[in-house]
Design a protein around this ligand. Structure first.
Ligand SMILES: Cc1cc2nc3c(=O)[nH]c(=O)nc-3n(C[C@H](O)[C@H](O)[C@H](O)COP(=O)(O)OP(=O)(O)OC[C@H]3O[C@@H](n4cnc5c(N)ncnc54)[C@H](O)[C@@H]3O)c2cc1C
Length: 394
């Protein structure tokens, strides 16, 4: 493959490459993995370079790129800079409901600050008793004079102790299973306790638990109507999943290249490793899988461009890209021998980072649930196109 070829005359490719080199991302990736911390300076630099909010409207400081263009930029960012910079550049994407549903001045201003790299907003959906099954979320927002009091425990949240504010998904008393409400919650309010856990990979994210004990919120902190968060979040997820696929593939492509180069020069028993079919065949196969996943990313991005992308297509793309990526990086690690297993080379860290593809933003199994339900709708739902948006899937 064939990474996405530069668009003729497009200065963005060169800009991304220079950004990654200037900020010495290879070293930074290694450093924050060994001593986990949130790379605030990188987040700010991405904002200054206008690499946050690739698809965000230019009136909000974004680049207003169509998804077909954004996936190419994300691929390149991941190829040159790893998962960290690329995922950070998606931050405004992860809180886009501030822009699509957000009505208050504060919510809109917060969104603009995210795009500038001045404000980190977490997403707090998962709870200890409910992850994939959003209908079981228990965090409760009780209406009181002038606003709400919110109580509950959010777990596994990225930037648990680092975010300035978070989008918190809760239910109001008597709401239906999927009638969830989103709130923008400053994280330093009285009644909030935050802590982190140590993760397998992507340690810079500082995932953890946030406990809300009768936290008072003004009514303006509600994002959109009561019970109306899920359709907007589902919209956001469709885009996120396609963008994540591009990021996974950029990272894997980088490991694949390094492996091809290495096995072409390393000799054992008087021959190049590349001359052993046990080594060359898996790499040849990886190329086909990575390239197929990239082509599929382009197809789904084009569907996003014109509003045809479905839950099933984006969920299965993320799954497929995640799987081929994990396999390719694992091969790169293996064929670098013992050194590949150490932190002298990037493959073992990349593999740990990419392992989250099977869990975050919808698990591998839930992707299949979504795709299967689109193929075989429940009785009474009627036959729909593969993955046509539905209102009550996980
Ligand atoms: C790196 C990372 C970052 C994350 N960031 C955030 C964040 O910022 N905010 C946030 O709120 N959450 C975050 N999460 C949490 C993530 O969204 C959840 O882990 C995910 O939704 C799964 O929920 P769960 O952990 O409760 O697992 P469960 O839903 O309990 O699932 C456990 C296992 O069972 C499988 N399973 C569940 N239901 C079914 C079914 N119907 N059919 C088949 N298999 C099923 C799952 O696929 C999984 O393998 C993050 C997770 C990771 C790994």
């Amino acid at each position: 493959m064939i990474p996405p070829p530069p668009v003729p005359g497009d200065p963005l490719d060169r800009e991304v490459e220079e950004f990654c080199a200037r900020h010495r991302l290879s070293e930074l990736n290694r450093e924050v993995d060994a001593r986990p911390r949130f790379p605030r300076e990188l987040f700010q630099a991405l904002g200054t370079a206008r690499l946050l909010g690739l698809t965000v409207a230019s009136s909000r400081g974004g680049r207003e790129l169509p998804p077909t263009r954004a996936v190419r930029v994300l691929f390149r960012l991941a190829f040159h800079g790893g998962t960290m910079a690329a995922k950070l550049s998606l931050q405004p994407e992860f809180c886009s409901i501030l822009s699509t549903l957000g009505a208050s001045d504060e919510q809109r201003a917060t969104y603009t600050r995210v795009v500038r790299g001045e404000n980190l907003v977490g997403n707090q959906i998962t709870e200890p008793e409910a992850g994939s099954d959003l209908g079981s979320l228990a965090t409760l927002a009780n209406p009181v004079e002038g606003g709400y009091t919110i109580g509950g425990t959010k777990s596994q949240a990225a930037f648990a102790t680092e975010a300035e504010s978070a989008i918190v998904l809760a239910r109001t008393p008597g709401s239906g299973r999927h009638a969830l409400t989103a709130f923008l919650v400053p994280q330093k309010l009285a009644g909030i306790a935050r802590s982190t856990v140590q993760d397998h990979g992507e340690r810079w994210m500082g995932r953890g638990t946030v406990v809300y004990s009768s936290v008072k919120l003004p009514v303006e902190s509600r994002i959109g109507p009561e019970g109306g968060a899920l359709p907007a979040l589902r919209d956001e997820l469709r885009r996120e999943r396609a963008f994540l696929a591009a990021i996974y593939l950029g990272v894997a492509w980088s490991s694949w290249h390094e492996a091809v180069e290495y096995v072409g020069s390393r000799e054992t028993f008087g021959n190049r490793l590349a001359d052993r079919q046990a080594v060359s065949f898996p790499l040849v196969e990886d190329r086909v899988r990575l390239e197929s996943a990239w082509r599929q990313t382009e197809v789904v991005a084009a569907a996003l461009d014109d509003g045809r992308a479905t839950d099933a297509d984006t969920a299965m793309l993320k799954w497929f890209a995640g799987e081929v990526t994990i396999t390719a990086v694992e091969h790169a690690m293996q064929f670098h021998g013992g050194a590949g297993y150490s932190n002298e080379l990037p493959h073992e860290r990349r593999l740990r980072d990419l392992r989250s593809a099977r869990l975050a933003h919808g698990t591998a199994e839930i992707a299949h649930v979504i795709a299967a339900r689109a193929l075989w709708p429940a009785p009474g739902e009627g036959k729909r196109h593969l993955g046509a948006p539905r209102s009550a899937e996980p």
